[in-house]
Design a protein around this ligand. Structure first.
Ligand code: 2HA
Ligand code: ZN
Length: 309
């Protein structure tokens, strides 16, 4: 009997090991996981993810869940309360980077550095069903991601699925010198590069400096995401939302590139923001008309005709 017990134990350990090995490889091959991993690697390549900086989440489609489910852990982890709630994300599944894990390491070992969490029916707790091996947990910014997902999902009729947080240098540098207002940042960025108004026609939100990682910054950021799909955190970084990995990475990239140009233009202008040449508000409106895009009028000055009234 003892021999049989031992044999059974060895067999089941063998199954678990084999299952674990196959699961890692199999989940990694799924399209949404490959897109997620590529974004992490691209962000690292851009220099936006020092040490464990930055994080990424993806709200999975039903078909993503169905494809990954055969490889879920035999026993899900325990429920962990989030300190925030969004009832319409109850029972959703997210792919997420891990707390304290490095973007630099994601491509080399996805199962260790990222994982899939399931949300409880009430929408206020997660549990790990795949990945984040060796005691990992979802990103410390999961509450902010979660609340922003809820808002962007509603604002886009379900289209928004990706939430990306990074620490790009020039966006952060701008938060040292400009008033921390959405309108000021939006105008500076729109006028830094012609296509910005097409890429983020609503503008960018700005959240003043706050302690990261908690429910307070999650609520502030989510409130901004009612209007904007890009929100700057002063002295910290940027949050970007989008329907897929390309669009979301592209948004992060475009905002940071515009910030880079703005910072350079000010530097070669002796630090002043009084530029000799700039894009006018009428120019921004004209781009909107030409590209069939609704530009957020609240960010623009009065039309010339009104100003002269
Ligand atoms: O993951 O970026 O904001 C580390 C962070 C926290
Ligand atoms: Zn951060």
């Amino acid at each position: 009997m003892a021999f049989l017990d031992q044999a059974q134990e060895i067999l089941s350990q063998g199954f678990d090991t084999a299952r674990g090995a196959v699961s890692g490889v199999a989940v990694e091959q799924l399209g949404f996981v490959r897109g997620f991993v590529r974004l992490c690697d691209d962000g690292w390549g851009q220099g936006w993810h020092e040490r464990n900086g930055g994080n990424l989440t993806y709200r999975m489609r039903d078909e993503d869940v169905a494809a990954a489910r055969p490889f879920f852990n035999p026993e899900p982890g325990p429920w962990a309360p989030m300190g925030v709630q969004a009832a319409d994300l109850g029972r959703a599944f997210f792919l997420t980077t891990g707390s304290g894990r490095y973007m630099r390491n994601v491509a080399g070992d996805p199962a260790h550095n990222i994982g899939i969490v399931e949300i409880n029916p009430e929408g206020d707790a997660w549990r790990i069903v795949w990945g984040l091996t060796d005691g990992g947990k979802p990103t410390s910014e999961f509450p902010s991601h979660f609340m922003c997902h809820a808002v962007r999902m509603r604002a886009t009729d379900g289209a928004s699925r990706v939430l990306y947080h990074a620490h790009p240098n020039n966006v952060i540098a701008m938060t040292f010198v400009l008033p921390l207002e959405s309108r000021t940042f939006t105008r500076a960025l729109w006028k830094a590069m012609t296509e910005c108004v097409v890429v983020f026609p609503a503008g960018v939100g700005v959240v003043p400096w706050m302690v990261p990682g908690g429910a307070d910054i999650a609520r502030e950021t989510a409130a901004m995401m009612e209007t904007f799909d890009a929100v700057i955190w002063a002295q910290h970084g940027l949050f970007a939302a989008g329907p897929d990995f390309d669009t979301t990475f592209g948004l992060m990239h475009t905002v940071e590139k515009a910030a880079d140009i703005y910072v350079r233009a000010r530097a070669i202008n002796g630090g002043s923001d009084e530029f000799l040449n700039t894009i006018t508000d009428e120019g921004l409106r004209a781009i909107g008309r030409e590209f069939g895009i609704k530009v957020n009028e609240a960010m623009l000055g009065f039309p010339v005709a009104l100003e002269n009234d």
